[in-house]
Design a protein around this ligand. Structure first.
Ligand code: PHE
Length: 357
């Protein structure tokens, strides 16, 4: 009997002394587990006489119940304490300032590139690329600029020092060489746009020596000027986010298209800014035309089988028009105040369905 009293008081003391849940579990196993001391006492019942068992059975059972109850009670206390400690650590200081918004912005030119890609992407165009450093053949000759033709000079080309025996490489003066690279590497039908940097030796309020263009090229069977007009009018409406645009296609000259046309749209001046679509004045926004048969032939495409149209637009100017930026020069000045004002949140990707701007 004294052994059971000792075991009980030791067990209860150990339970009280357990300072965390894992220590408590160790005590539980040592007392109530299969090989535990209390379980050992229970086993002694088997060797007792019937009278002894009648006396001891209820007592030992009661002891086991008390020890088990003490474990449960301690467990509740320890669990509550653990929760309190967690809550105490998990403080939220309401007096701290909120997290600051990220300050970087997407440059308007990049935003407009994304918008243009979203619109033409919706019409089934993919994006093509070419190098900024071009050879004379891709930038001029393949595009039907005859040798020594004055059109080469109107481009104010930057030339590299020529390698021995080679024509000098150039900084591409337009994105049109990407037309050539695409037709040389892909079979029609072709429907691409080519966004990129272009370079001309020019520098004033509306011209910078590096600027941005997006080229477009469609080569399919039975393509005609109506497709060109429909495609570009749809583009202008989507880009300026207006329901109707009055447009005209004014005859022009480019060596690589025939016929060629510049596209003008009507606009209204509202204070300092400009609204595209309707109004009393015309503004030129892009160059276009039907791909010249010589250009198709230079790329191994038979002009009797395939026709196409091409267009090229100045992205910097489109961005100025759409977002009311009066001067081109701050584009390249890395002025944080200007970027915060005119820049875009980089994670808001433009889409035709979700909204462009
Ligand atoms: N490459 C021409 C330019 O830079 C634009 C253009 C592209 C015109 C395609 C017609 C067709 O002025």
């Amino acid at each position: 009997m004294s052994e059971t009293t000792t075991i009980e008081s030791e067990a209860l003391a150990a339970i009280e002394a357990a300072t965390d849940l894992s220590a408590l579990d160790t005590v539980r196993v040592a007392e109530l587990g299969k090989k535990g001391r209390v379980s050992g006492l229970m086993k002694t019942l088997g060797q007792m006489s019937a009278e002894e068992r009648q006396d001891m059975g209820p007592k030992l059972n009661a002891l086991k119940t008390r020890v088990a109850a003490a474990v449960e009670a301690r467990k509740t206390v320890l669990e509550d304490a653990a929760l309190e400690a967690d809550l105490a650590n998990d403080v939220l200081d309401m007096t701290l300032p909120p997290r600051r918004e990220p300050t970087g912005t997407l440059h308007p030119v990049m935003q407009v590139f994304e918008e243009i890609a979203a619109i033409f992407g919706d019409m089934g165009f993919t994006v093509a690329e070419g190098p900024d450093i071009e050879d004379d053949w891709h930038n001029f000759t393949a595009l039907n600029f005859p040798e020594g033709h004055p059109a080469r000079e109107t481009h104010d080309t930057f030339f590299f020092h020529p390698q021995q025996g080679d024509k000098p490489k150039v900084l591409r003066t337009h994105t049109s060489p990407v037309q050539i690279r695409t037709m040389m590497s892909q079979k029609p039908p072709i429907r691409i746009i080519a966004p990129g940097r272009v370079y001309r030796n020019d520098w004033d309020a509306t011209h910078t020596p590096m600027f941005h263009q997006v080229e477009g090229l469609v080569i399919e069977k039975n393509i005609h000027m109506g497709h060109l007009k429909g495609c570009l009018i749809d583009f202008v409406k989507a880009f300026f986010e207006v329901d109707s645009v009055e447009a005209r296609f004014r005859p022009h000259f480019f060596p690589f298209t025939e016929p060629s046309a510049e596209m003008d749209v009507k606009y209204t001046k509202v204070g300092e800014s400009i609204e595209i679509g309707e109004g009393d004045a015309w503004m030129e926004i892009l160059g276009s035309g039907m791909v010249h048969p010589n250009v198709l032939r230079n790329c191994g495409i038979d002009p009797d089988d395939y026709q196409g149209f091409a267009f090229g637009m100045g992205v910097d100017r489109l961005a100025m028009l759409k977002y009311g930026m009066p001067d081109l020069r701050p584009y390249f000045e890395a002025d944080a105040k200007w970027s915060r004002h005119y820049g875009f949140k980089p994670w808001l990707t433009p889409s035709v369905s979700g909204g462009l701007s």
